[in-house]
Design a protein around this ligand. Structure first.
Ligand code: FE2
Length: 383
């Protein structure tokens, strides 16, 4: 089987790594950049180390802070207008997944004809964009190493993806010091998202030896460190491990894809405005229980990075332990566990299940074939 592996060509990581951002950009011969971010990131003081590094390297910059959570695709046009006005040659995406995804899509819309709606789908972007450098401030999305941007279509109440190799950033700067003040609920939701990326890519039908290597280490790092990062946010070793875990999970899923957990999370996220990591966690145990039959040895293999003893046990019982461990982790870090906690009722299930069946891009990676009735039963179990 032909296998292709791609990732962001340059990763600069570790505590203090943000200090070299300015030199990285200067070495590319670029003197003017636009920082793409949101008001929460600015309010948390996280733009400051980025600006200081740019100033030290004598790079001038402007700031677009109009990104919102689950950004509407219309925001891309606002960001493009500012990038044109400022004659920007490179975009710095600073924040969680949303600013990074807006930076990715803005970069390609500066070199391709609009509107952005033409490019929802896979491999539809004709030309590379201007270069981007991503600075994640959560250990979650892995968007700094994926060719994917997710935007909300409010009209259709859907999340839509642009997937193109032209979305790969030129570099990622992963400084765990930027995550030390992340509040516990955000640490929990983004950390679970990263763990789910690793689990889903590991059990995707497109997984291979290389992606497994990244996913297994990601699962171990996140499972061992998420509780500590949640309980003691300024624990730098735990934050550093989480950042590496989220990065490796991102590399894994950029190449093997995520599966049905994300497919189930999109309709509830778009319809009921549930944060992405929480939407995924709500669905995770129920989708795993369904998916297990599709690749039992692989699901049992999750026990190893989790450190679950399995001597003398068969794979079915090992998988039970894996699901128990996930339930316990989600409970420990107080992630909501039932759709009803978000006002979702049984009468909403048919519409949500129809929504899942439309996420064909992800269902194609799923280890078990899913029908509309299966989708309804899984949502019902998650109520
Ligand atoms: Fe995700």
């Amino acid at each position: 089987m032909v296998q292709i592996f791609t990732t962001t060509p340059r990763i600069v990581m570790g505590p203090g790594s943000i200090k070299s951002l300015g030199d990285e950009i200067k070495n590319r011969g670029i003197k003017k950049v636009l920082i793409v971010t949101d008001k929460g990131v600015i309010g948390a003081g996280l733009a400051k180390p980025v600006e200081e590094s740019l100033k030290a390297a004598k790079i001038s910059y402007a700031v677009f802070d109009g990104v919102e959570p689950d950004p509407r695709y219309e925001i891309v046009a606002d960001c493009v207008a500012m990038a044109k006005k400022e004659r920007t040659k490179l975009l710095v995406g600073l924040g969680g997944g949303s600013p990074i995804d807006i930076a990715k899509t803005t970069a390609i819309m500066l070199t391709n004809e609009g509107p952005i709606g033409k490019y929802f789908g896979v491999n539809l972007v004709p030309r590379p964009g201007i270069p981007t450098v991503m600075v994640p401030t959560t250990a979650g999305t892995g968007s700094e190493v994926t060719p994917i941007a997710i935007l909300s279509d409010e009209g259709e109440k859907l999340k839509k993806g642009v997937v193109s190799p032209h979305l790969y950033p030129a570099a990622g700067f992963l400084d765990p010091e930027l995550t030390l003040k992340l509040p516990p609920p955000v640490t929990a939701a983004t950390g679970m998202d990263a763990l789910i990326h690793a689990i889903e890519a590991y059990t995707s039908i497109n997984a291979n030896g290389m992606t497994d290597m990244f996913c297994l280490r990601a699962m171990g790092l996140i499972y061992e460190n998420l509780r500590t990062a949640y309980a003691k946010g300024d624990n730098l070793p735990a934050r550093t491990a989480m950042m590496e875990g989220a990065l490796l999970a991102g590399i894994g899923f950029a190449n093997a894809g995520v599966t049905a957990v994300h497919a189930f999370a999109y309709p509830i996220g778009a319809e009921f405005h549930i944060p992405h990591g929480i939407a995924n966690t709500l669905m995770l145990p129920h989708v795993i229980r369904f998916n297990v039959l599709g690749n039992l040895p692989k699901f049992a293999g999750i026990a190893k990075p989790f450190g679950i003893p399995t001597a003398g046990m068969d794979d079915l019982h090992i998988v039970d332990r894996v699901v128990e461990a996930i339930d316990r982790l989600a409970d420990d870090i107080r992630v909501p566990r039932h759709l009803s906690q978000y006002g979702i009722k049984e009468k909403d299930i048919p519409m949500l299940a129809e929504g899942v069946m439309k996420v064909t891009r992800l269902l194609a990676n799923n280890p078990r074939t899913l029908t509309l009735d299966d989708a309804k039963a899984i949502y019902k179990a998650a109520l």
